[in-house]
Design a protein around this ligand. Sequence first.
Ligand code: ADP
Length: 450
Amino acid sequence: MSWFLPRVLAYVVMMLGGGLLGRIAGTPFHMSTSGMVVGAGMGVALAVLFDGLRGRRLLVWLRGSLQGPAPRDTGFWGELGYRVERAVRSREMVAVQEKARLAQFLSGIEASPNGVMLLNANDQIDWCNHLAAEHFGLDPVRDRSQHLTNLVRAPSFVAYLRARQFEQPVVFPSPGGRGTLSVLIRGYGDGLKLVLSQDITERERAETMRRDFVANVSHEMRTPLTVLSGFIETLVNLPLTEVERKRVLSLMGQQTARMQTLVSDLLTLAQLEGSPRPPSDRWVDVDKLMQHAEGDARTLSRERHQLVFESLAPAQLAGAEGELLSALTNLVTNAIRYTPDGGRVEVRWQPRADGSAEFIVKDSGIGIEKEHLPRLTERFYRVDGSRSRETGGTGLGLSIVKHVIQRHGGELDVQSEPGKGSEFRLIFPSLRVRVGQAAPVPVPQAVGAR
Ligand code: ADP
């Protein structure tokens, strides 16, 4: 109230001053009393006008952007201006802090591995992060305030949103058909909704692969098991001659061997997937690998093919012996199995100009149609199922090869022409290749070689 007394005093002084002046001015005309009243009135009016002008300055500032300081003044108007400015500044500060907190909060949601979207009570988009925009194919700015169901029309999603039963997520193909989305909605506030989306394409693919894998393994096991049980029934129920019995037992032996190969390949794959990367400081002699693969090839071919094994430079490879041998023998045995009698199989170790090196396994066999090449390394993928099974194949060999070469940082390259033959290359990076003679090493045992 420090302004009150001076203010009253100012008005009183103006009134008295005006009255005095009015009286002096009115005396010569014998109108001293009325002159005093008019003068006092004019004094008060002047004070009000002056006050109005000061108040107007403040009003102009208040109506503006409030950016600069409030008009400096004394007394009532000075204090009013000062207090209003202080209140405005502190509000501004709170707003800035709130804004910074909101920005921090939103950037936290942006960093979420899920898509996050906020819907109002009418299912219009209030806000969404970039991941949600990507999942639903939206523009986070342009599509704000749009009805979500106008933009995302997948029937299962629209039904889910309308049903308001949000206990379980809904799964549907992502708009644009690029994958699969899982969306969960949570209600909050007064009819508001939080929409959480997740791209589960990879998970679905892995799940499908797992299911296919189990189905394939079951199928592969069932065939020999059915044959075996048929033979057992025959042995139990039919009086067989010694020759017939030996034949049945030999066929049973073949089926058992087939199952053993399958189980062994499955174990190899599991081992490759579950074990750490092969060491980069354990050196394996390439010539030993070649000798071992050649021994296996000659046993399998039984001189039905022309076999050429050639190492263009003594060298060593850094990695897991058993895995490397498994990859090489898988390629070599494939070359023999898919090359008709009289054909040629060449296996070559060849350093390359950039320090890397490769095993080349080339055959003059049946070859592979172009459209099969990208799928050859898939588990159980076979171009010709019956030929693969007849020759003891499991459909897992190239899958093992791909795993091994990837674990060694290299790559598998396949060139093939139907009727002319195939060429498989195992290319190793320079880091894992050392050219030169090695100290003698024991012959390694193959992992999963057939
Ligand atoms: P499989 O046990 O059936 O041989 P792989 O994974 O080793 O399984 O090979 C996958 C498929 O690739 C084979 O079924 C075969 O059709 C084809 N394939 C592999 N190597 C050769 C080759 N050298 N020549 C022709 N076809 C081949």
